[in-house]
Design a protein around this ligand. Structure first.
Ligand code: UT7
Length: 321
């Protein structure tokens, strides 16, 4: 009775910024960024807002699912970069797409956001409260980025991904989530003011990251997380078709695959085109794979997110489209 995805959608801003353009802003170069992160370019929102990107991705997911907005009972938006504090982005998306019946709220679990939104919708299904949900992850990280800090500005991108979920008839999988607030200092953002950039902001309001600490955390905890999800669900590692993991850095994905003894192709990657879009990275990748016809009915997908908090979370889903 796990949630099943019956439609996906995504949106990336029109403006694409390559590494050479970043090299005009900070002391870096294309070769370093590609070698250390795998990123070649990212989409940056010049005019698009978080709500706009979220609504676009949501609309495309509804169309892909072939259902009307009125059928949606729940909208969860995962974001750390909402345009405003109130109203929440989920209510804005509701208005934009006309999902009049839906209960709506936002959640912030940073880069684990989509995974946690999925787990939460699944828990609502299990509780018998809803049968149809729309989960969206949307980020405008460019508004929270210090464009003079080469530690972070090379990494992040903007975008949104969405999935329509229905209560399925198949097997139920148990999710796994962990948090470590003691390590919260490793990735912070003190901005409560203006993702839109209208306020004069001092540097301390932007995303601040100890890259090496987060890197070490990810390469240690993500394999542990994947093994725990498999154990909790009595699923063998070889039964997983795809490991769809948060797109933070190609070296993290390669290291996780190596730790688990898996070929790197089982860890699909699109961060070369998008950079790290935080919560949006997993649904953007799922949408891309779906539209490219890479996902086949019966594929078993393990999703895993990790990031600020610190948080790490995952689940298994059977692809039924
Ligand atoms: O979304 C979830 C949260 N985020 C992440 O998962 C990010 C995790 N961390 C990372 O991806 C990596 O730590 C970074 C990409 C941020 C940095 O890569 P790194 O391999 O950890 O670089 P480093 O900080 O260890 O720096 C290595 C060298 C240093 O030079 P020396 O001391 O070896 O001479 C840095 O000064 O590279 C230098 N460096 C750079 N050079 C050119 C650091 N940043 C840059 C840069 N361009 N942008």
């Amino acid at each position: 009775m796990s949630a099943v995805i019956c439609g996906t959608g995504s949106y990336a801003p029109a403006y694409q910024m390559n590494n050479d353009e970043i090299a005009k802003l900070v002391e870096t170069n294309d070769a370093w960024i590609r070698e250390r992160t795998g990123i070649r370019q990212r989409h940056i929102a010049k005019t698009e807002t978080t709500t706009y990107m979220a609504a676009q991705a949501a609309g495309r997911a509804l169309e892909n699912a072939g259902i009307s907005p009125e059928e949606i009972e729940l909208i969860i938006v995962a974001t750390l970069s909402s345009d405003v504090i109130l109203p929440c982005t989920a209510c804005e998306v509701q208005r934009e797409i006309g999902a009049k019946r839906a209960a709506c709220f936002d959640m912030n679990a940073a880069c684990s956001g989509f995974t946690l939104a999925y787990n939460m919708a699944d828990a609502f299904f299990e509780a018998g409260q809803y049968q149809t949900a729309l989960i969206v992850a949307a980020e405008k990280l460019s508004g929270l980025t210090d464009w003079t800090d080469r530690n972070t500005c090379i990494l992040f991108g903007d975008g949104a991904g969405a999935a329509v979920l229905k209560k399925g008839k198949g097997r139920h999988y148990f999710s796994v989530t962990h948090s470590d607030g003691e390590k919260g200092w490793a990735l912070t953002c003190k901005n409560r003011l203006a993702v839109t950039g209208k306020e004069p902001l001092s540097r301390e309001y932007f995303i601040d990251m100890n890259g090496q600490e987060i890197f070490k955390f990810a390469v240690r905890k993500v394999p542990e997380l994947i093994r725990e999800i498999l154990r909790e669900n009595n699923v063998e590692q070889e039964e997983i078709t795809w490991f769809v993991v948060h797109q933070a850095n190609c070296r993290i994905l390669e290291s996780v695959a190596k730790h688990l003894g898996e070929p790197s192709w089982k860890f699909p990657m699109n961060l070369q085109h998008y950079g790290n879009t935080s919560s949006a990275s997993i649904p953007i990748l799922l949408d891309e794979m779906n539209r490219q016809g890479k996902l086949k009915k019966g594929d078993r997908i393990l999703i895993a997110g990790f990031g600020a908090g610190l948080t790490w979370s995952g689940n298994i889903l059977d692809w039924e489209m």
